[in-house]
Design a protein around this ligand. Structure first.
Ligand SMILES: Cc1cc2nc3c(=O)[nH]c(=O)nc-3n(C[C@H](O)[C@H](O)[C@H](O)COP(=O)(O)OP(=O)(O)OC[C@H]3O[C@@H](n4cnc5c(N)ncnc54)[C@H](O)[C@@H]3O)c2cc1C
Length: 436
């Protein structure tokens, strides 16, 4: 048993992506908040988002936006969650603009782009670095708050729980020292699970730690085998994170070719359909990639709307204004997660989950492009409002020492446990579908 450092706060948030940051920003200023994050605060998938963020651009678009989200999700979406997300979108965008986020405008009006499975342009963007624009402004706003402390390079390894009630977390810093942070409320915002897979667009340190902790404490999970494969990431023999070629590239006209330079799929079908068609084509041709051509997009538009993609591909030896690039599907997004209600509350008292690690059912079986930043923000705000409205002090917990031995190799055991649980859920779904 190790004598741990002890901290006490009102609310502890795990993760500094859009979910965690926006939740902190929306919590009452008279509460002491600690945000812990596994790496530096700006190392989150939220910073990587390229394409944009959806918004209900006018009442006329409501039915169509709702239907597009449902259709992409194979109609397995939770309709109430979809409604909440769409109806709350304008408020969230106004908030973002309020903290200084800049979206593309023309003549003073927002410009909207389109991605696969959207029947109309309704996505706000900032070049092809929308996530960085949004998250860096949220981080700046949170850093300016006196009531929030951010602890970087600190990994949550467990929660403090008794009788299905959460009293905070246990974490380890980069020197291997353990700290217990007790809190009245805990919010998990640890993002996706890409770090569990060889090919993923996600940061490698996102390994679904909250899911592992949930499994340890019998917290309910939902649809954890619903994992989105993005159709187009830049093919590379190098190890590490895969570079995303945003779907809005196809939304603006880019086309896919097989090895015979023939088109083989409608590029604007939902992601799972396009990814499956690419995988089939690769299998047929015996190639590890297909081609994506951005030539239908005017050169000036490529350079102004997709400067990051243009630059990255040049660095990898491809001039996208002149030649096609090799692309391959990769793990990208996690639709399932810790089961939460419409206020982002988990099945455990005093424990909330927000962002990609949570599942409120909004995405169903497959996420519609550019719905995830929005979903993370909308439901993080709802978590903050709910905590504020129902706030009560937690009863004091018994001081306990930390069993450091238990967490010594937890990275590996947690990864295995999550992958095994995903496989179990997949088999359950398959059996259910066979029986249906
Ligand atoms: C390349 C790419 C492009 C994308 N493009 C878009 C887009 O255009 N539009 C869109 O809507 N969505 C997009 N997405 C998805 C979107 O970015 C994410 O779903 C969203 O940002 C998730 O936010 P989050 O706050 O849940 O998690 P993240 O932003 O991933 O943050 C997770 C945080 O948790 C921390 N953490 C993890 N485990 C622990 C632990 N054990 N202890 C402490 N901290 C921990 C991490 O360090 C990190 O700070 C994209 C994703 C990727 C990868």
């Amino acid at each position: 048993m190790t004598e741990a450092i002890k901290m006490k706060t009102d609310i502890v948030i795990v993760g500094s992506g859009v979910g965690g940051l926006y939740c902190a920003l929306k919590l009452p200023r008279d509460k002491k908040i600690v945000i812990v994050t596994k790496e530096a605060a700006d190392k989150s998938d939220s910073f990587l988002a390229q394409g944009g963020i959806c918004v209900l651009k006018s009442e006329d678009d409501y039915d169509s936006y709702f239907e597009d989200t449902m259709r992409a999700g194979h109609y397995e979406n939770n309709k109430r969650s979809v409604e909440i997300m769409i109806r709350s979108s304008r408020d969230v965008i106004n908030d973002l603009v309020g903290v200084g986020v800049r979206f593309e405008k023309k003549d003073g009006e927002f410009v909207y782009t389109k991605e696969g499975a959207h029947s109309t342009p309704r996505i706000l963007f900032h070049e092809d670095v929308t996530g960085k624009e949004i998250t860096s402004h949220l981080l700046k706003a949170v850093r300016a708050l006196d009531n929030v402390e951010i602890i970087e390079h600190f990994t949550m390894v467990d929660i403090i729980e008794k009788d299905n009630e959460c009293f905070g977390i246990i974490g380890r810093d980069k020197n291997g020292e353990y700290t217990s942070i007790t809190a009245d409320y805990t919010v998990l915002g640890t993002g996706g699970i890409g770090g569990l897979y060889k090919n993923s667009t996600n940061y490698r340190h996102l390994t679904g730690d909250s899911l592992a902790v949930a499994l340890l404490h019998n917290i309910k999970l939902k649809n954890i085998d619903y994992i989105q494969i993005h159709p187009t990431t830049l093919y590379s023999r190098k190890r590490g994170r895969r570079f995303l070629i945003s779907e809005s590239v196809r939304g603006e006209g880019a086309v896919l070719f097989n090895s015979h330079m023939r088109r083989f799929v409608d590029e604007l079908e939902p992601r799972d359909v396009v990814a499956k068609a690419i995988a089939e084509e690769m299998e047929k041709d015996g190639k590890p990639y297909v081609w994506l051509s951005m030539k239908p997009i005017p050169t000036e538009q490529i350079k102004s709307h997709f400067p990051n993609i243009y630059k990255h591909c040049l660095e990898e030896g491809y001039d996208v204004t002149k030649e096609p690039i090799p692309v391959v599907p990769s793990q990208h997004y996690f639709m399932g997660g810790i089961k939460v209600d419409e206020y982002s509350k988990t099945s455990m008292d005093r424990l909330y989950a927000v962002g990609e690690t949570a599942c409120n059912g909004v995405h169903g079986k497959n996420r519609l492009a550019s719905n995830s930043l929005l979903e993370s923000l909308v439901f993080a705000k709802r978590a903050a409002n709910r905590i504020a409205k129902t706030y009560s002090k937690a009863k004091a917990t018994r001081e306990r020492k930390i069993d450091a031995e238990k967490y010594k190799n937890c990275e590996e055991t947690y990864k295995k446990a999550v992958l095994a649980a995903i496989e179990k859920e997949r088999e359950k779904h398959e059996q259910h579908n066979d029986g249906a």
